[in-house]
Design a protein around this ligand. Structure first.
Ligand code: NAD
Length: 501
């Protein structure tokens, strides 16, 4: 049994080298300082964790050159050898899972109970794509009367991976593992608010025998290193996870170099609870899917759509449970919600509490700051909201649930689809044909019926509308990181077309 004091002692041990030497970039297998430093601070008490080497356009240039130089050999390596290296990376992640989770909690404010699993999910991502590596280049044979057409796939080249600060380790592996399995080399620009575990991942890859230059780490700001990466001519594609607005900027920045882009963006995901649902299970799922991971989760169900006939009772039970959620130190195993990532994000969430009240929705739970040092807020619930309110339309990205009522299926669908986003949807009903009707008409890339978000790595992951472009998971990831080539072989002496005879 571990307690907070033990956790803090272990964290202190792991952080000592970052405190002493800062967090450096890793380019071509070498530590590289930046032109300057920036700070990463803990959301628990705003204390300094470490200085971080600030990457600039020059640093990105250096990293892109390393990725370009490493590309031919890595792309040509037999898939079975890439598979072996990726499995060794997964071994390395598992061996350092505790260190990763401790650093992630301290850097992001996410609770230990979730982060200890998230580190291991990073290893799962590497194992899953490791096993697909030997078949990544496989193609099809498409015979025509005169030709045998053979398709083959080839890694697109060096790619840029730009990640956000929520569950940064897991999300980085979700992008980097398939890119490496496909034979691409990578320049990774992690979020400036949470750089710790990206450095750990780069070290683990290096120690596992990933050749120098195959994965390069450049820390820095979005408008600095991030922008330079999206504009670099040697970087053939950008896999980006972050806000919809940033995605649109990246698309503009990448236009001159015709960058291929893959976007996993924001969400305002609905959970629809019908009167015929298993309401006990639905209640658990509603609470888990908005208040786990601090609500800083793209797939969170931030809009509850509940049928009128059960709304009073459902809300009463919901309020009681929300008021019992434990807000506390992220490294305390008992904590359910830790502090929000950063002061600016805390202020954004607090601003939406004020907006909800001004709009006339009922603040049924939470909304208040906890303590004075860190960025803690009580889990928040607004009931009796209207679909046109900002708290029902805009992504808050915190432990913040907006509840709306509906009378029938048509109204539920109109509300659910009446936002700019379309990442996930959750449907609770015991009527099978209703579940089919609703899921068919819901505008979302991923839908769970009578369940919470449970990932299955071979399935497609991604959103529609302002929630993204493209899909990850299984072979969909390779579609992005690879080019498909068709070669036509003549089968015989078919009649040639002749000019100038
Ligand atoms: P953000 O868009 O502010 O930043 C994400 C990354 O982009 C950071 O590394 C940042 O430095 C970089 N960046 C910023 N401006 C850039 C620019 N002009 N050019 C290149 N890079 C730039 O997002 P965030 O606040 O870090 O993350 C939260 C957002 O991410 C939420 O909207 C959330 O829904 C979304 N998200 C989506 C998914 C998904 O799978 N759909 C998963 C996790 C998070």
């Amino acid at each position: 049994m571990t307690d907070l004091a033990t956790q803090l002692a272990r964290l202190d041990y792991h952080l000592a080298r970052f405190r002493d030497h800062g967090i450096l970039n890793l380019i071509g297998g070498q530590d590289v300082a930046g032109s300057d430093w920036f700070e990463t601070r803990s959301p628990v008490d705003d204390s300094l964790i470490a200085r971080v080497a600030l990457g600039t356009a020059e640093t990105v240039d250096q990293a892109a050159a390393a990725a370009r130089a490493a590309f031919p050999a890595w792309a040509a390596l037999p898939g079975a050898q890439r598979k072996a290296i990726l499995h060794r990376i997964a071994d390395g992640i598992e061996a350092r899972a505790e260190e990763i989770a401790l650093c992630e909690c301290w850097d992001t404010g996410q609770a230990w109970r979730f982060m200890s699993k998230a580190a291991l999910r990073g290893a799962e991502n590497f194992r899953f794509f490791a096993d697909l590596a030997p078949g990544a280049r496989d193609g099809q044979s498409l015979p025509s009367p005169d030709h045998l057409n053979i398709t083959s796939r080839h890694p697109i080249g060096p790619v840029g991976v730009i990640t956000p600060w929520n569950t940064p380790f897991m999300l980085s592996t979700w992008k980097i593992a398939p890119a490496l399995a496909a034979g691409c080399t990578v320049v990774h620009k992690p979020a400036e608010f949470s750089p710790l575990t990206a450095r750990l991942l780069a070290e683990i890859c290096h120690e596992a025998g990933l050749p120098p230059g195959v994965l390069n780490l450049v820390n820095g700001m979005g408008e600095g290193a991030g922008k330079a990466l999206t504009e670099h001519p040697d970087i053939k594609a950008i896999a980006f996870v972050g806000e919809s607005r940033t995605g649109s900027q990246i698309m503009k920045q990448g236009a001159d170099t015709l960058k291929r882009v893959h976007f996993e963006l924001g969400g305002k995901n609905p959970v629809l609870v019908f009167e015929d649902a298993d309401l006990d299970r639905a209640l658990d799922a509603v609470i888990f899917m908005i208040y786990s991971l601090n609500g800083e989760r793209c797939t969170s169900s931030s809009r509850l759509l509940v049928q009128d006939s059960i709304a009073e009772d459902f809300h009463a039970r919901l309020i009681q449970r929300v008021n019992q959620i434990k807000v506390g130190h992220p490294l305390d195993p008992a904590t359910e919600i830790g502090p929000l990532i950063h002061q600016t994000h805390f202020e954004k969430v607090a601003r939406y509490v004020a907006i909800g009240q001004a709009e006339g929705a009922t603040l049924a739970a939470g909304g208040n700051r906890v303590g004075e040092n860190g960025w803690f807020i009580r889990p928040t619930l607004f009931t009796d909201a209207r679909p046109d309110m900002r708290i029902a339309q805009e992504e808050v990205f915190g432990p913040f649930l907006t509840s709306l009522r509906f009378r029938d299926e048509d109204e539920a669908l109109a509300i659910a689809n009446g936002v700019a986003y379309g990442l996930t949807g959750y449907v609770w009903t015991n009527d099978l044909t209703r579940a089919l009707r609703i899921s068919d008409r819901l505008e979302a890339g991923m839908i769970w019926v009578n369940s919470e978000n449970v990932r299955h790595l071979p399935t497609p992951f991604g959103g529609v509308k302002a929630s993204g472009i493209g899909r990850d998971g299984g072979d969909w990831s390779f579609e992005f990181y690879m080019e498909t080539k068709n070669t036509a072989f003549a089968l015989g002496q078919h009649k040639m077309q002749r000019l100038g005879v």
